[in-house]
Every structure is written in structure tokens, then in C-alpha cells.
Design a protein around this ligand. Structure first.
Ligand code: CA
Length: 217
């Protein structure tokens, strides 16, 4: 899953981006509201973590403009914690709201919840026959045995599992698994799919030549 973090405080931005990457996300960053809005329009992020007080365009104005074109899940991050601030944030189109200072564990859990809801899932566990994908601890098991997956393989499997029985195009994979800094070597989708097939068995993932992949139920 791919996130955008919009935050003007460099140390906080860096530490958030690193924490999300360590948790298995592809992460893009923006340091002001205008850059943030531009990226939100350019990519379909799985979730956006948006600071309220930003240079050039504040978080509320960014949200207002974004909501005219897209339903991207947005968590508003802010030091403003009065009831009227929260109401304004949510009414401007934020899906969730977290007040600084916050705990990293809570932020990660809230982002998981946002992504889960937008994908139409009620729980952290996706079961596909004997395959179980746990999006909370980023693991997958088959017939009760934990699969030994790289972070990329897991991310790819999670994306296919969220869209099980539906075609996942290569474009979707590029948009949701890799971030803007990934180089071409890490973008070898075919290689990751082939490794996944070796670990999951050949029949679970179907290739539609020139179109994409389907994880069968
Ligand atoms: Ca700020």
C-alpha cells in the first residue's frame, strides 16, 4: 500500500516516512500543501497523512480542493484539539483525526483502519481458502504455516488479496506497491509474482497477459 505524508516539519516528516516504510508501506512525501495537493491528484494513494498547518496551502484548503475530485482516505494530523477544530477537520472531508503529540502505534493502527475500510473489509484478516493474510502484522500463512515473504512480496500479496477474484492491473501494482523514489530494478513485478507463485503454489495467481493478475478464491 502506498501513502503520502504531508508535513512541513522536516524531522517529523522524516521520522513518519521511515516508520511507515518500516511497517511495509511505499511512502511519498510532501513538505507543503501545494506539493501535497499536486501529488494527491497525480496518484491514487491508499491513504494520506495530512498536517493541518502547512505553508503555501493549509491542510483544510488542500482537503477541500481534493474532495472536489477524489475520495482518497485522509487522516488529519494536528496540534489543534478543540471540538470546533475537530468538527471543521472532519466536515472538510477528513476521514480521521489525530492530535499531536500522538503515539506511533495509534497512528499506524488508524492508517490500517482507514485502508481496511476503504477496501470494504471489516477486520485485519483476509481469508482466501487456506490462505490467510493478516494486514495488522503483515504476515501471510497457508494451511496454518507462516509464509516466508519479503516486504515487497507481502505488499503484492496484500494488494491481490484486497482485490481477490478481480483483475489487478500492472498499473495498479506500480501505483500501490512502489513509491516515487523506487528505481527500475525494484520495479520488477514479474519477478516478485514468480517468487510468490513458488511460495504459494502455481495455481493461486493467474496471469492475464498484457493486463495483470488475479488472485483466485
Ligand atoms: Ca505544520
Amino acid at each position: 500500500m502506498r501513502l503520502l505524508v504531508v508535513e512541513d516539519e522536516p524531522d517529523l516528516l522524516e521520522s513518519l516516512a521511515q516508520s511507515f516504510r518500516e511497517d511495509g508501506y511505499a511512502v511519498d512525501v510532501a513538505q507543503d500543501g501545494r506539493e501535497g495537493l499536486h501529488k494527491c491528484k497525480a496518484w491514487d494513494y491508499d491513504a494520506v497523512i495530512l498536517d493541518w498547518m502547512l505553508p503555501k496551502l493549509n491542510g483544510i484548503d488542500l482537503l477541500t480542493q481534493l474532495r472536489k475530485v477524489k475520495p482518497t482516505p485522509v487522516l488529519l494530523l494536528t496540534a489543534r484539539d478543540t471540538v470546533s477544530d475537530r468538527v471543521l477537520g472532519l466536515d472538510s472531508g477528513a476521514d480521521d483525526y489525530l492530535v499531536k503529540p500522538f503515539s506511533l502505534a495509534e497512528l499506524l493502527a488508524r492508517v490500517r483502519s482507514l485502508i481496511r475500510r476503504s477496501a470494504g473489509h471489516a477486520t485485519n484478516v483476509i481469508e482466501i481458502g487456506s490462505l490467510v493474510v493478516n494486514v495488522a502484522n503483515k504476515t501471510a500463512s497457508q494451511d496454518g504455516v507462516l509464509l516466508d515473504l519479503t516486504a515487497r512480496e507481502y505488499a503484492l500479496l496484500e494488494l491481490l488479496a484486497y482485490h481477490r477474484d478481480k483483475l489487478v492491473s500492472r498499473t495498479m501494482i506500480y501505483d500501490h506497491i512502489f513509491d516515487e523514489d523506487d528505481d527500475t530494478l525494484s520495479n520488477l513485478v514479474d519477478v516478485h509474482i514468480s517468487h510468490l507463485r513458488k511460495k504459494l503454489g502455481k495455481d493461486l495467481i493467474e496471469t492475464r497477459r498484457g493486463q495483470g493478475y488475479i488472485l483466485h478464491v
